[in-house]
Design a protein around this ligand. Sequence first.
Ligand code: SF4
Length: 329
Amino acid sequence: MRAEPVKRGAEAGETTVLLASPRSWCAGVERAIETVERALDQAGGDPVYVRKEIVHNRTVVAELAAKGAVFVDELDAVPDGEDVTVVFSAHGVSPAVRAEADRRGLRVIDATCPLVRKVHTEAHRFAEQGKTIVLIGHEGHEEAEGTMGVAPDSTVLVETAEDVADLALPADAEVAVLTQTTLAVDETTSVVDALRQRFPRLALPPSDDICYATTNRQRSAAAVVADADILLVIGSANSSNSRRLVELSHRQGVAAYLIDDAGDIDPSWLDGIGTVGVTAGASTPPALVTEVVDALRQRGPMQVYERETVTENMRFTLPRPSTIRGERS
Ligand code: SF4
């Protein structure tokens, strides 16, 4: 990797690739993947069940499945027994799922990201205070479902500032706001502003729910998009934070494409393009970025420059088995 050029590649007859940094795996994703790998090592050939995709990435799921992980949608696809291991995904689960696993005596390894657990703890606290929780998130996303499940009778979901106007709550309602960890920072701010206008006594969590990895990847993508003609975002279609990177680029007026891997690149996207921005969502393996850069290199002369906006050094400790018994969420 080289220092950034004074003269851009297109002017010199080369393609310039600007790599956003940070990109790819975050601490929560690395922890979740390592959790499954260790469980497989310790299982001695027995199946390790994983509820939902451990992280939202097609390649990660395929590689772990090839090593013996059995991905299931719900616990009813897991056999009973204390020697049956089930891993909960990084996106978290509702207390009802925990209770079901507990009731059936399953050996649980909970790979819920600690930053998602933090939001669950906030939901529990606000519900105990009698507040209505407005969760900003995406309907049907596993993280939103898990967080809603902490206090289902006290939580409503909104996606946009427009949704706030439709909430059937009086202006003096005791309302608290929480957010999915992988949302667009600027869009979420506008929803919170709309909530503040409707509910002047709106309670907020002590710190942002949108996690450091989401924020950092949006900032690094924005820095690259500022000088790129297109942005390639490597990530799967169900990866929330990857999709937010595509949207961010569109909002800055730069075409962006979500690709699972190098094979998804349509050569026509690159016709007449001088500078290609490349980034990857928090669930995307770094190796896929290397493959994409190698594929771009096949097209002709190219220089690659990395644009780092912040250095990440977050690490989370691994979860231990069956840590959920008797635990409150
Ligand atoms: Fe945790 Fe954020 Fe990574 Fe999700 S994106 S796993 S919340 S660090």
